[in-house]
Structures are given as structure tokens and as C-alpha cells.
Design a protein around this ligand. Structure first.
Ligand SMILES: [Zn+2]
Length: 43
């Protein structure tokens, strides 16, 4: 997973709203870091 324009983007699925990204945002530590960076979940 990478970030494009501060939005998560999955290279596996060529999609920015897939199960992989949902999984990443379900991790509390990751979610906290992304929130600090101002990156919001696509959901
Ligand atoms: Zn994916």
C-alpha cells in the first residue's frame, strides 16, 4: 500500500478502497499515525 495525494492506495488491487486498506486502518497503531498525518480512512 502506498499513499497518493495523502490518500491510501493499494498497489495490489489498483484501488484505493479495498480490503487491504481496510485492514491497515483497522490497526490501532497505524490508524493513530495516519490520523496525525491528516490521512483519513476512505470509509
Ligand atoms: Zn488491495
Amino acid at each position: 500500500m502506498v499513499f497518493k495525494n495523502n490518500e491510501p492506495y493499494c498497489l495490489f488491487c489498483d484501488n484505493k478502497d479495498c480490503v487491504h486498506i481496510g485492514f491497515v486502518f483497522s490497526l490501532p497503531d497505524v490508524y493513530k499515525i495516519l490520523s496525525i498525518k491528516g490521512i483519513k480512512s476512505p470509509k
